[in-house]
Ligand binder design. Structure first.
Ligand code: C5P
Length: 236
């Protein structure tokens, strides 16, 4: 059974969920910087556990190995809320966390209810340390991790735009390679389907979430729009 969210807290919480590549991390991190809030990107937890399992040649479906890694990770994690750097036993995991493979592996272990249950308290702990406010992003933040969030945003964009952003070519105005673009679309779609179809904490829009579609917005427009949304709904 998933423990319910803590009932008393002092910091404001904005829950941001949405599919892969919707721009959550780039937008939320900059919004937090501008507001003086803390950004908690929960995907890094799933990515870290999958990465450590790979480094130790463990199977990604071995519950005993995964629980051992998660318990050890919760004890040894050194996380810098300002830079989002992830340290584990003195090793900086960050450079290896954001590869396509790490994302796929994270999505694979994220299907596992035991992994989700064991990572839940850590997500809440990291968030509740925030002195003023926090934006927490993931797939189940508004539905499971913080169902009592002050504001819930479901951030999305068209598949085409998300793939182009992944390629990092929207901003640079280059012509994307069509074959590479198709491959990225397929990879994003597979991850979205895996995240949306799993039995535990699937990617779904919370009924009380505001849909924030950034397909027609550039990064600055998205940041400004999110700040506006927050200021409209929360006294900051
Ligand atoms: O957000 P990011 O792409 O870093 O997340 C990697 C994977 O971790 C997602 O595809 C998803 O399967 C999983 N995840 C999750 N719940 C979260 C955050 C991430 O299931 N709260």
């Amino acid at each position: 059974m998933i423990p319910s969210a803590p009932s008393s807290r002092t910091c404001k919480i904005v829950a941001v969920d949405g599919p892969a590549g919707s721009g959550k991390s780039s937008v939320c991190s900059e919004v937090c910087r501008q507001l003086g809030w803390t950004y908690v990107n929960t995907g890094f937890l799933y990515r870290s556990i999958a990465l450590i399992a790979r480094q130790r040649n463990q199977r990604l479906d071995d519950n005993e190995a995964l629980s051992g890694i998660i318990n050890e990770f919760c004890e040894a994690l050194q996380w810098d809320p300002k830079t989002q750097a992830v340290g584990f036993h003195g090793q900086n995991l960050s450079p290896q966390l954001y590869t396509d493979q790490a994302g796929k592996d994270a999505s694979s272990i994220a299907k596992n209810p035991l992994v989700r249950e064991l990572l839940l308290p850590l997500q809440r702990k990291l968030t509740l340390q925030s002195p003023v406010g926090a934006i927490v992003d993931g797939r189940d933040i508004g539905t499971v991790v913080f169902p009592d969030a002050d504001l819930k945003i479901f951030m999305t964009a068209s598949l085409e735009v998300r793939a182009l952003r992944r390629m990092g070519q929207l901003q640079e105005g280059q012509q994307p390679d069509p074959a590479e673009l198709e491959a990225i679309k397929t990879s994003i779609l597979q991850r979205d389907q895996q995240d949306a179809k799993r039995g535990t904490a699937p990617l779904i829009q919370a009924p009380d979430a505001i849909v924030f579609d950034t397909s027609d917005l550039d990064i600055k427009g998205s940041i400004d729009a999110m700040i506006q949304l927050i200021k409209t709904h929360i006294k900051v």
